[in-house]
Design a protein around this ligand. Structure first.
Ligand SMILES: [Zn+2]
Length: 284
């Protein structure tokens, strides 16, 4: 009983912080400098991706249509992208013993070349069957597209400090199938140095950095130094541990080879590699 009340108090504290404790930057308009992330441009991309706003769960014709529109957006930016299709299963779910399986088609885009381990930008293209997936995870897909556009405007395609890959997974809602399929390829798996996963819950509210890998001290320092209006708390991750949810980040973490970040909606966020995953967590 004490634990329940403690969790309730934590939840109330987070709510108070989210409502009263954080200043939010204004969204940049569509005519913002091209090198900047613009929420208005991301919103426009979201509208184009959603099309007729139909649900697009894995395996559906609508999922294929959404994928075609994402590929069209990448092609319009002259970003080389390929699709990778395969049947896969995911057996490491945290909250039930079912092993989901299915055939998925991921989109893998090469955003910037470079030597060494890659930064993987991640969002899922599928939706649940009950809704159009504008927030979860169309907003994540749109954010990635706008980030890619801004990176190209900064000349990143000429070569970056690290390679940058964008992965639009399929079948996340069916049980992280797209991420599992991507990680089943040892070559793809070996390239991952850091993962930035953009996920969503609900359809409004500010964006948060709400989960990272363990050993995140350097990562959080970097985040605090580079993000002007940061919004995060160690409480988010702690509470998330007790929630019956997973994201594509779960199988990425299970590899033990990546450090990650996960956040939501119309604000770019950053994270990168830090200490070994066995190191003690040191959330900001
Ligand atoms: Zn999602």
């Amino acid at each position: 009983m004490v634990r329940i009340w403690a969790l309730a108090a934590l939840a109330a504290a987070i709510w108070l912080l989210s409502v009263f404790g954080q200043a939010r930057p204004g969204a940049l308009p569509a005519d913002a400098p091209l090198t900047q992330f613009s929420a208005a441009r991301a919103d426009a991309a979201l509208g184009r991706i959603l099309g007729n706003q139909a649900p697009h769960p894995v395996g559906s014709a609508n999922a294929e249509a959404v994928r075609a529109r994402i590929l069209g957006e990448l092609a319009a930016m002259d970003v080389h992208a390929v699709t990778k299709t395969g049947m896969t299963c995911y057996s490491q779910r945290r909250w039930d013993n079912n092993i989901p399986c299915g055939t998925v088609t991921n989109i893998v885009a090469g955003v910037a070349p470079g030597a060494g381990k890659a930064i993987l930008l991640l969002a899922h293209s599928d939706s649940v069957a009950a809704g159009p997936g504008a927030g979860d995870d169309g907003s994540g897909v749109a954010i990635l597209l706008e980030v890619i556009r801004a990176l190209k405007a900064r000349g990143i395609e000429g070569g970056a400090e690290r390679p940058v890959i964008a992965l639009f997974t399929d079948g996340e809602e069916a049980g992280m199938l797209g991420a599992a399929h991507y990680l089943s390829d040892p070559l793809q798996r070996a390239r991952i140095g850091a993962v930035i996963n953009v996920e969503a819950r609900g359809n409004k509210g500010p964006s948060y950095l709400f989960q990272t890998s363990a050993g995140n001290g350097k990562l959080i320092d970097l985040y605090a130094a580079r993000v002007q209006h940061y919004a995060t708390s160690s409480l988010y991750g702690e509470i998330y541990k007790y929630m019956p949810n997973d994201t594509d980040l779960t199988p990425m973490l299970a590899t033990g080879a990546v450090r990650f970040c996960c956040y939501r909606r119309w604000r770019p966020c950053w994270c990168g590699s830090g200490l070994p995953p066995t190191a003690k967590s040191s959330w900001a």
